[in-house]
Design a protein around this ligand. Structure first.
Ligand code: AP5
Ligand code: MG
Ligand code: ZN
Length: 220
């Protein structure tokens, strides 16, 4: 199965992609994570992307299209993948259609996570991740069971993203509503859009997604 998780910053794309990855053996492809890795490694792409991401703007289409096109050719993606944070503009969506057709792959479902914008800010500014394994947490909504100890790997160091501050969030939301929101119409017209209530608790959102995936399997 090949899926897209669509939704504004903080909607829960990464959180749900990780759950689907475990349940269905699909690979999570987060362009945000890949770009952050490139920034950390100081690659050419990373150097280009760093200041754009810190401002909360979008990295140029051709850069992310190339990243995804190369990545989905790798062997681990042949069982299926979850696109998290890509496509984010209409040109990226059109490029994805073309690359999937060329590679003889299909898109099974586009899951839109719908969340009110005031809730998004709250989610983003409270978010942090385990520095060792990358597990995501939240100051209020998802705390480790033992304070300051990662549930998954036992790590005790945590990090916060450079763009997770109240100022940058506004720019990120503007970019979403300007460039990415039209994609819901695009996929609605193609008949692949499935909308989920992203305001519900994490486990309930996961259940609703499961129902949609079961339906998509039946329909496909
Ligand atoms: P990216 O990394 O994709 O960031 P984003 O879209 O801003 O989304 P987030 O990762 O902030 O949110 P999420 O939906 O994954 O939420 P999460 O699950 O963490 O992109 C970063 C930057 O890279 C962009 O600004 C851009 O510059 C660049 N970029 C990336 N892709 C690009 C592209 N295709 N084109 C151009 N530029 C690109 O959840 C958030 C928090 O809420 C967590 O703490 C979580 O625990 C909590 N939470 C999740 N679900 C729930 C729930 N149901 N209830 C309560 N809390 C919840
Ligand atoms: Mg994310
Ligand atoms: Zn960890």
């Amino acid at each position: 199965m090949n899926l897209i998780l669509l939704g504004p910053p903080g909607a829960g794309k990464g959180t749900q992609a990780k759950e689907i990855q475990v349940r269905h053996g699909l690979v999570q492809l987060s362009t945000g994570d890949m770009l952050r890795a490139a920034v950390k490694a100081g690659t050419e792409i990373g150097l280009k992307a760093k200041s754009i991401m810190e401002k909360g703007e979008l990295v140029p289409d051709e850069v992310v299209i190339k990243i995804i096109s190369d990545r989905i050719d790798e062997p681990d993606c042949q069982q299926g993948f979850i696109l998290d944070g890509f496509p984010r503009t209409l040109p990226q969506a059109a490029a994805l259609d073309q690359m999937l057709a060329r590679k003889k792959k299909r898109l099974d479902a586009v899951i839109e996570l719908k969340v009110d914008y005031n809730r998004l800010v709250e989610r983003i500014v409270g978010r942090y991740t385990c520095a060792t394994c990358g597990e995501g947490y939240h100051d209020r909504f998802k705390r480790p069971k033992v304070r300051q100890v990662c549930d998954v790997c036992g790590g005790t160091e945590f990090t916060r993203r450079a763009d997770d501050n109240a100022e940058t969030v506004t720019t990120r939301l503007m970019a979403y509503y300007r460039d990415t929101a039209p994609l819901t119409g695009y996929y609605y017209c193609k008949g692949t859009l499935r909308t989920v209530d992203g305001m519900a608790p994490i486990g309930d959102v996961a259940k609703e997604i499961e129902q949609h995936l079961a339906e998509a399997r039946r329909d496909g």
